[in-house]
Write a new protein. Structure first.
Length: 137
């Protein structure tokens, strides 16, 4: 913790050390945060490198959908530090994030319409959300 802000310390001394050094060199100051913040394009590369796909993939999906996320810059960072294969994987992750976002909207709309037409118990709605994969984490 720095102040009241949760932080992570990562020490790298392998072939990917340069990625983490560049990420720190490009970190930005954010109002109210007492430490520099890693830019989302670097966070995507770091998340892809972590090897914890099931843990970090949802974070990557969220980051690539941020309005001002710079996809060409992310690809350049990946190409420089994680090589061309990572760029291909990244493009698949972006496509998957967009697909999941569209799918969620398509599934939630009929559920909302159904709810308006047929008020039901909270238990029944919880069951429907679980079956449709819309449970909130």
């Amino acid at each position: 913790m720095i102040g009241h802000v949760p932080t992570r310390v990562i020490v790298r001394s392998d072939e990917f050390q340069g990625l983490f050094e560049d990420a720190l060199d490009h970190a930005v100051a954010v109002d109210g945060v007492p430490a520099p913040v890693i830019e989302p394009e670097y966070l995507v590369a770091m998340g892809m490198l972590s090897g914890r796909r099931s843990h970090d993939e949802p974070d990557v999906h969220h980051l690539v959908l941020i309005d001002d996320f710079d996809s060409p810059r992310a690809e350049a960072i990946l190409r420089e530090h994680l090589w061309l294969y990572a760029v291909r994987v990244y493009r698949d992750l972006v496509a998957e994030a967009v697909f999941l976002l569209e799918r969620r909207a398509d599934l939630e709309r009929p559920l909302a319409e159904l709810r308006a037409e047929n008020p039901t118990t909270p238990e029944a709605m919880a069951w429907a959300r679980r079956v449709l994969g819309l449970e909130k984490r």
